[in-house]
Design a protein around this ligand. Structure first.
Ligand SMILES: *Cc1c(COP(=O)(O)O)cnc(C)c1O
Length: 477
């Protein structure tokens, strides 16, 4: 793949708006796929020596991207794969904005503030004027910031008491998203994983006192566990911590990782108390690019009050001649997504978000109902928390195939539906999961059920087992 390019090509082939150079050079003729460079290979891992025509380079990149899976059929991802044409227009109009240039783009900065203020009130902050938040590149950065604030608060309190800050620990479910493992690794915090089991499918406060001590910087509660889509009962976890405080005096706070659920629960389960209504919840993060319905590249984190975000972590940036607090890991990052979020907040409002999320939930419940009826499967959950559910193979159903084989068969039809092992203590259990997002219509869902039924029929007719060598989950959470 290292065919040499004539470095003169860029200069001899003059791009013409009509696709015709008038030099008699047939490489310049339309129709497409006959342009200079298309008959030769570009070097894959070295910068080409010469230029190429914009059209040629475009076509080559466009064609390669075609080999990716179809984003709309990607039922593995939580991340938005569809926005309406107005959003697309706004996106291309604002692709040039850098979020960090608050002074140069004061209106985008003001819109960012409006957005997290809306979220603070959506999440029932007791005093929204006193809450503080920021946009981030996604939940991972938002979780890092939430975790760092917890760690710093703990350090400050320990130092004030003249005690050691050597060994901070954080308590989380064994089914946390990988960003929390990174947080603990990058910032030297001991991760204390509470294993999930068949009896305790999520972190629910059970035996929490065995994990909490004076070095605990906080507890992470997940609204929408990545593996299964289930909510962790935040109020119940808080009640367990109340009891621990009564017994030991330790006052441990909660960060809610609401990557998915923080944009579902306010609409579909408004009675459920998981947010700032629970006193121990100090900060909440979400991925705007998941059920916030924005294209990839945006998250949010909000603290209950400015006092909960240690001032030492906040930098001052000048903004319209004034000052603006900034707490972020990145410097430059796209500003367009913030405008897209604001567009959706205006466009949909509470009612619109309710309708979109409800439609996804209806499809999830339909799919889990159909899959649950199939004798081959047992549901792990049904998609009534966030519109995500997982299932396992029914015990004793077959020794000929497993869920990885089913995943492969469905891929033949274009569906991307991952199978993977559950986390520690349940690693023997393989599940398969569907994430229903805006854009997976009931119609498509019905086609999916037909395809799953056919795939299962095929696999069940096998007379000898499918090979299992080399079958590994390439899926990462
Ligand atoms: C997706 C996810 C994350 C990471 O979010 P990104 O926006 O992809 O960085 C963190 N926690 C949970 C529970 C998630 O589902």
């Amino acid at each position: 793949m290292t065919v040499q390019h004539s470095s003169a090509r860029g200069s001899t082939h003059i791009d013409s708006p009509r696709g015709f150079s008038g030099t008699g050079d047939t490489n310049q003729l339309n129709p497409m796929f006959a342009r200079a460079g298309e008959a030769t290979d570009f070097p894959l891992n070295r910068l080409p020596e010469g230029e190429s025509l914009g059209e040629t380079a475009y076509q080559i990149v466009h064609d390669e991207a075609m080999l990716d899976g179809n984003a709309r059929l990607n039922l593995a991802t939580f991340v938005g794969t569809w926005m309406d044409p107005y959003a697309t227009r706004l996106y291309s109009e604002s692709a040039d904005k850098n979020m960090v240039d608050k002074d140069e783009y004061p209106q985008t900065a003001a819109i960012e503030t409006r957005c997290w203020n809306m979220l603070a009130s959506l999440w029932n902050a007791p005093d929204t004027d006193n809450a503080i938040g920021t946009s981030t590149i996604g939940s991972s950065e938002a979780c890092m910031l939430g975790g760092l604030a917890m760690k710093r608060r703990w350090q400050l309190a320990r130092r004030a008491e003249g005690r050691s800050t050597e060994k901070p620990n954080l308590i989380l479910s064994s089914a946390v998203q990988v960003c929390w493992e990174k947080f603990c690794n990058y910032w030297d915090v001991e991760a204390r994983y509470v294993p999930i089991t068949d009896e305790h499918k999520v972190l629910d406060g059970h035996e929490l006192e065995k994990y909490v001590d004076e070095n605990t910087i906080g507890v992470v509660a997940i609204m929408g566990v990545t593996y299964t889509g289930m909510y962790e009962p935040v109020a119940q976890i808080a009640a367990a911590l109340d009891k621990i405080q009564a017994d030991t005096g330790l006052d441990v706070k909660i960060h809610v990782d609401g990557a998915s659920g923080a944009m579902i629960a306010p609409f579909l389960q408004p009675e459920l108390e998981w947010d700032f209504r629970v006193d121990r919840v100090i900060s909440i993060s979400t991925s705007a690019h998941k059920y916030g319905l924005v294209y990839p590249g945006l998250g949010w984190v909000v603290w209950r009050s400015v006092d909960d975000l240690p001032k030492e972590l906040v930098f001052d940036v000048t903004y319209l001649g004034g000052h603006m607090p900034s707490f972020a890991l990145n410097f430059s990052r796209p500003g367009a997504q913030v405008l897209l979020q604001y567009y959706l907040f205006l466009r949909l409002g509470w009612d619109g978000y309710y309708k979109v999320q409800k439609a996804s939930q209806d499809v999830a419940v339909y799919l889990s109902g159909e899959i649950g009826k199939m004798p081959a499967f047992e549901l792990w959950n049904d998609g009534t928390d966030i519109p995500v559910f997982a299932w396992q193979l029914a015990k004793g159903h077959t020794d000929k195939w497993n869920l990885y084989h089913l995943s492969e068969r469905l891929r033949l039809k274009g569906w991307l539906i991952p199978a993977y092992p559950m986390p520690d203590d349940l690693t023997d259990l393989t599940v398969q999961r569907i994430v229903v997002r805006n854009g997976l219509s009931r119609n498509l869902a019905e086609s999916l059920i037909v395809d799953i039924t056919e795939a299962v029929d095929y696999l069940d007719r096998l007379e000898s087992p499918m090979p299992t060598e080399g079958l590994v989950s390439s899926f990462t959470h």
